[in-house]
Design a protein. Structure first.
Lengths: 343, 343
DNA sequence: TTTTAGCACTCTCCGGGCAGGAGTGCCAAC
DNA sequence: GTTGGCACTCCTGCCCGGAGAGTGCTAAAA
């Protein structure tokens, strides 16, 4: 990255902020620029040309003003470190939605996605805590009528994951309980992702009478870790995107909506979110082609002190980055708090 | 409704089907009409004019062909009773996604929404089984560290609902178990919606030592039934809607997306779905103003033999009703099967 | 009485051409 | 280094006219 002198920085910043606000190309006589620099339009033209030269701005056509390129946004984002604080009202809205306490992780992430979308007016994505990263607390086999039981895993974050399994004849409630306890004792404290077949084999000895039940459990656990182990994504507020002028052409809108509904693509991008701070991925920086028209602002939250999941915003590249970063960080932190008090 | 003679019925049907296929107004010389009736365009013009007279067709402007009105679609739908069978491949796709068995209701409804959207290319909505309508099977208090426990309700359909509660000092694991059993014994077999405070009061006597735990449970149960009692909606495949020509104007698209993201509005409309058969609500027939540009095709599914929830499709009024009705019915039935074997 | 052919009419949908406006780039003067 | 002036480019909106599509009406044919 070429170093920018003071004046170029001021101009870049002013152009980005004016353009983000109005969605209109900004010309050399734009009031924000004149006021910021107190020099004539002609002088500003020179700076604009220079910024275009190094690839931070473009103009759509000869007689249009300047528009930031993806690199321009990047330079802006790197330059402007501080976020744009949320208003007290917004903060308290977030706290209210997440602060109830005792809620299930699933419904908390739901709330997080909704509140994030509503305060920022962008689309929000929240990856619920991956089961795999959580700590296994206990297994329960709850009788469900005569020949069925509900196997339930509980994690220390309070996540429940259940599945009905068929029982062979002659398995008493006591047997189920003994079996649950045996498995729980054996596996307690492990990360769910570590509940491999091998670990489960060790339990066999103690309760060998119920080999098939164990077998069903193994099948479930190992399958779950591969399939459900991928975080479930909640997407909220896609409607806000349609209001943005860049998504008024139906093709643009469709491609973004597709990206947002195609969770695998999104999940990959989110995986890059750092543990602290905020990931900002701008337009062409996105791996996924469908997301090239958007930017993504993501922050991780923690569950019981460990990495848990990601909250993110998706908007046009012409995005309020500072505000988005603050919002994402704030919601992630409150979510960490809400999910963060393991026993 | 005015009775239609044979010819008018044939013409209406042909116009609707041609328009649904092509999204272009159909004129008196449209091949489908000529072939169907084997009369001259001039004759057909007369019939078209008559259908317009009684409000089943319009034309956007003088020199355009005819387009069905909402009443036209309604007459068509009422007239054409049989659905359009899904292909064997589509049926097996549905069965594959829902047939695994032993899945949790939550993930089954997820699958249902996805498969429905993918085979029909419309937006799908699935209301997961309301907790309230299910039968309470058991309550469990699972220790979660020193002074916390996870209260879990299990229904006979295998739905889990949990919430962490704080414990006062000196509550042993045994106590929790006794308490769980007492509550379970007392309430087993009731509908979850019937777990009122009154019912819970009856338990008090037996385990009065743990009054505060019971108090927390009551608070949770009664709150849950009002708040979470509302079904959670999953919306899938909104991207397909943007492909439809009627939603190419951004305003139209936004209003539909808003309706789909604003679950309360949608929920009301879905509530009208009959237990058997299929609800078809066309354009202006929808209560919700945001849905006036769409049609909604919905069918109910059952959980353990009782009314459970609704699956629906949302598309433009120019919708493949017969196909949508079949798809919705088929998915609802398979979902009923998957959720239908209570112990 | 119903059907058909003919015809005038209406309206939309391009494409071209033209004026207005915005913003640039360059240059000469300060 | 900064500024004012000026020519230049290109988009945008607008009007206009012709082509095309489909209608409604009427008079003749079946």
């Amino acid at each position: 990255m070429v170093e920018l002198d003071q004046r170029k920085r001021v101009v870049l910043r002013a152009v980005v902020e004016a353009y983000v606000r109005s969605a209109e190309p900004v010309g050399s006589e734009h009031p924000a620029l004149l006021e910021e620099l107190r020099v004539s339009p002609a002088t500003i033209r020179g700076v604009l040309a220079a910024l275009e030269e190094i690839g931070l701005l473009t103009h759509p056509h000869t007689s249009a003003g300047r528009v930031p390129t993806d690199q321009g946004y990047r330079a802006y984002v790197d330059m402007v470190v501080e976020g744009e604080r949320l208003t007290p009202a917004e903060r308290s809205a977030v706290r209210r939605r997440l602060g109830a306490g005792g809620e299930e992780p699933e419904s908390l992430t739901d709330q997080a996605a909704r509140v994030l979308a509503s305060i920022t007016q962008y689309a929000s994505v929240v990856a619920s805590p991956t089961l795999g990263a959580q700590t296994f607390a206990s297994l329960h086999l709850l009788p469900l009528g005569e020949r069925r039981a509900l196997a339930v895993i509980v994690t220390d974050a309070g996540t429940l994951q259940g599945r009905a399994i068929e029982l062979p004849d002659g398995v008493a409630a006591d047997d189920l309980e003994r079996l649950s306890h045996a498995v729980t004792r054996r596996l307690q404290g492990l990360r769910v992702a570590d509940l491999t077949r091998d670990r489960l084999e060790q339990v066999t000895g103690e309760v060998s009478r119920h080999q098939h039940v164990l077998e069903a459990l193994k099948a479930w656990l190992t399958r779950d870790l591969t399939r459900e182990g991928r975080a479930r994504l909640r997407v909220e507020g896609t409607r806000h995107l349609l209001r943005e002028p860049e998504f008024r052409q139906p093709e643009a809108a469709t491609s973004v909506l597709e990206a947002l509904e195609e969770h695998t693509v999104l999940a990959q991008t989110l995986a890059a979110a750092p543990e602290a701070g905020v990931l900002i991925s701008i337009g062409s920086e996105n791996q996924a082609a469908e997301l090239r028209a958007c930017s993504l602002v993501a922050a991780s939250y923690r569950v019981g002190g460990r990495p848990g999941g990601v909250v993110a915003l998706v908007g046009p590249t012409r995005m309020r980055y500072r505000r988005a970063a603050s919002a994402v960080r704030y919601v992630a932190d409150r979510l960490s708090e809400a999910l963060g008090n393991p026993a």
